[in-house]
Design a protein around this ligand. Structure first.
Ligand SMILES: C[S@@+](CC[C@H](N)C(=O)[O-])C[C@H]1O[C@@H](n2cnc3c(N)ncnc32)[C@H](O)[C@@H]1O
Length: 225
């Protein structure tokens, strides 16, 4: 069965798109995109030799998928794809891959990004490069909740799948725990404790705590008689 993280990435792809699956590894996303009929064509890129060999083997004989060995989007030319999927990498690396192929990115219509960490770096990159977040979702796989960000040019979308996701509360709790751990660690160093990063993380912790407090109050109101 297809992993729910990969499924959530696939769900954002517009029907009939030509897709780049960057860092395709085993090629599960590429295969699902073609087998489900969601994509008309997939270019799967992979930088490293072992995963590239696995990818080539897994997609061999499947019409519609082409594997290319190379760094990020550098092995594509502008206009070859409508949608760029980058899943399973850190936010900083995703931003770097996008930065290094401006023409390919510029010629695409949709970016579907699933950072393993540093989602703020992905959001910053999108804002700096005039992409609008059109939708977001959460997906759980092996007990970990992942964020999936879909960006388009000039999107006017107002509701995100993420807002009605049953994983929302669990994600906030996980994030709160993680941030609290980082803050506890940073508190040990006077310079880290007075840094901008510390203040930003503290603000996020406060917002998450207020949000869960609001939810508790809403639930209490709901059960009042
Ligand atoms: C953790 S795997 C994620 C695989 C798949 N995209 C997924 O979400 O399940 C990351 C893959 O990206 C590849 N990779 C890392 N940096 C890359 C780059 N700059 N360009 C292309 N592939 C890269 C790695 O070799 C690895 O196979």
């Amino acid at each position: 069965m297809i992993d729910s993280r990969i499924k959530a990435v696939l769900n954002f792809v517009r029907l009939g798109s030509r897709v780049a699956d960057v860092g395709a590894d085993h090629g599960y996303l590429s295969l699902e995109l073609i087998n489900s009929g969601r994509a008309s064509r997939v270019i799967a890129t992979e930088k490293n030799q072992h995963p590239f060999e696995a990818l080539s083997k897994n997609i061999s004989g499947v019409a519609g998928i082409e594997a290319r060995r190379g760094d990020g989007l550098q092995v594509l030319t502008a206009g070859e794809v409508d949608t760029i999927c980058i899943a399973g990498m850190g936010g900083a690396l995703i931003a770097k891959i996008l930065d290094e192929a401006p023409e390919v990115v510029q010629a695409s219509r949709q970016l579907i990004l699933q950072p393993m960490n540093g989602a703020d770096k992905v959001r910053d990159w999108l804002a700096r490069n005039d992409w609008t977040i059109a939708d977001e979702d959460l997906a759980e796989s092996a007990g970990i909740i992942y964020e999936i960000i879909c960006a388009e040019r000039n999107s006017t979308a107002e509701t995100f799948r993420r807002e009605s996701s049953p994983l929302r509360e669990k994600f906030s709790a996980q994030r709160l725990k993680k941030l609290q751990r980082v803050l506890d660690e940073m508190s040990k160093s006077p310079s880290a404790r007075t840094s901008e990063k510390f203040s930003a993380l503290q603000a996020e912790v406060d917002a998450l705590k207020n949000h869960s407090q609001e939810n508790i109050m809403t639930k209490l109101k709901e059960v009042q008689i």
